[in-house]
Ligand binder design. Structure first.
Ligand code: GAP
Length: 436
């Protein structure tokens, strides 16, 4: 974990937030490479679950919704974690994450924890200039609710018939008691989720179908499947709306913890919104005329936890040799090509104008298709290592022979094999290899 966090910082994947002010606890900024990786994850998710499917549509709703939404959804009453406080040093903990009979991790005193109390995780704000009760609003703790609230508008506008799904991705906010473990648990994070509306009789088979799809997605992201485990969540640990939940957990360096969740939300949300808003949220089956409130199976994916599991799975240390034949250790991020932030690096062997001008023009040409880095500083060995560390699938080296034979050397990240390729064939060569 330490190594990954260091790599993320030095190579520009993830930085501590507000760094020059001493940071802000548990806030993280995605840097130039991190934003590319997380965007690639989001795009791949949207493509797999929305744009390539006939039964799915997307929305992008407002982040702050009418506070009544959170009354109806049950979040104001029940979106809580159990909080305990050490009576000696006043450090606060999540009661379900510590041994209450052990000593306080901060001051070392034993038997000083308060009784667990329910702490609501909704992040509160005020809309407009008055900070009174009438202006209270909340940042959404999940993206799900807009997909329930907008259900009738989406269904009519898109003319979708049940079964169909509504997807959304975007920021969610939770006032977590104990955020931590790098980007694993933060107070603002990116969610990617969809609500799949079904006839209640179909919930079991739909649940199994989406569970299999989630495993497929995990494999496509290059997440190490041997570190992923399905956990049937006990009634007492399920969210208030769920009749069945399976958590897909991942073996992080800090333990086995949740990566994704799959829940059968029944008609809990649509029924409650119908009750609280007075709107009719029934669906009429056009074939049978049966009227019913659709039930929902919901796969929920944290984008940041995907990022972390992808990075942890891709991070590899390999014993190898330098270009001069000396023993060396290389760090390589074996990211799937479609997720790699940079697809191609163009590296002239010398900074001399006659080479760099050719190499730079080539980099500009390739950048029309893929994200390309141009780097002419340091030894070629060091430049290869840097590209390995950021997971760049291909390095293209321009040398003095290139000026005569109009060819370049293409180095493969994983095998480190090098191949001479004609410049005029390079785009087609890379397009075939990358297929993205
Ligand atoms: N709509 C259902 C829902 O929000 P959840 O299990 O509370 O379910 C879904 O959250 C996913 O969001 C989790 O599986 C996890 O990937 C991610 N997640 C939850 N809380 C998080 C946090 N504090 N920081 C980062 N990711 C989080």
């Amino acid at each position: 974990m330490e190594k990954l966090i260091a790599l993320c910082k030095t190579r520009g994947f993830v930085f501590p937030g507000s760094d020059i002010y001493g940071g802000l606890a548990n806030s993280w900024d995605y840097g130039p490479l991190g934003v590319e990786l997380i965007n690639n994850i989001k795009q791949a998710w949207w493509k797999k679950f929305v744009t390539t499917r006939l039964d799915m549509v997307g929305i992008d709703a407002a982040l702050v919704m009418n506070p009544k939404v959170w009354e109806a959804s049950g979040h104001l009453a029940t979106f809580t974690d159990p909080l305990v406080e050490c009576k000696t040093c006043h450090e606060r903990y999540r009661a379900d994450q510590i041994d209450l009979s052990a000593a306080c991790a901060k001051c070392g005193n034993k038997g000083m924890f308060t009784e667990p109390a329910a702490f609501n995780m909704m992040m509160k704000t005020w809309l407009g200039p008055k900070e009174d009760a009438s202006a209270v609003a909340y940042f959404r703790p999940e993206t799900a609710q807009a997909m329930f609230v907008d259900f009738p508008l989406v269904q009519i506008a898109s003319r979708k018939r049940v079964p169909f799904g509504i997807a959304q991705m975007g920021k969610a906010f939770r006032n977590e008691i104990t955020p931590g473990n790098f980007i694993f648990r933060t107070r603002e994070f990116d969610l990617m989720e969809f609500e799949y509306f079904i006839h209640p009789k179909d919930w079991e088979k739909t649940f199994e179908y989406w569970l299999a799809q989630m495993h497929e997605w995990i494999a496509e992201c290059g997440i190490d499947a041997s570190r992923v485990h399905a956990l049937e969540v006990e009634v007492a640990d399920r969210a208030h709306y769920s009749k069945r939940t399976v958590d897909l957990e991942f073996d992080y360096p800090f333990g086995r913890k949740e990566l994704y969740g799959l829940a059968y939300r029944t008609d809990f949300d649509l029924s409650n919104h119908a009750k609280f808003s007075g709107a009719r949220l029934e669906y009429t089956d056009p074939a049978t005329n049966e009227k019913y409130i659709p039930h929902v199976v919901e796969p929920a994916f944290g984008a940041n936890r995907t990022f972390l599991a992808v990075m942890l799975s891709a991070y590899t240390e390999e014993q190898t040799k330098t270009v001069d034949g000396e023993e060396d250790m290389r760090v390589v991020l074996k990211l799937p090509y479609h997720l790699a932030p940079t697809k191609v690096a163009v590296l002239p062997l010398s900074k001399k104008e006659e080479l760099s001008s050719v190499a730079y023009a080539l980099a500009e040409k390739l950048a029309k298709h893929w994200r390309v880095e141009y780097d002419e500083t340091q030894s070629i060995g060091k430049r290869y290592r840097r590209q390995d560390e950021i997971g760049t699938p291909f390095c293209v080296t321009v040398d003095f022979d290139s000026l005569n034979d109009q060819a370049v050397t293409v180095r493969d990240r994983d095998s480190m094999k090098q191949e001479r390729v004609k410049i005029e064939e390079l785009e087609a060569y890379l397009a075939e290899k990358l297929a993205v």
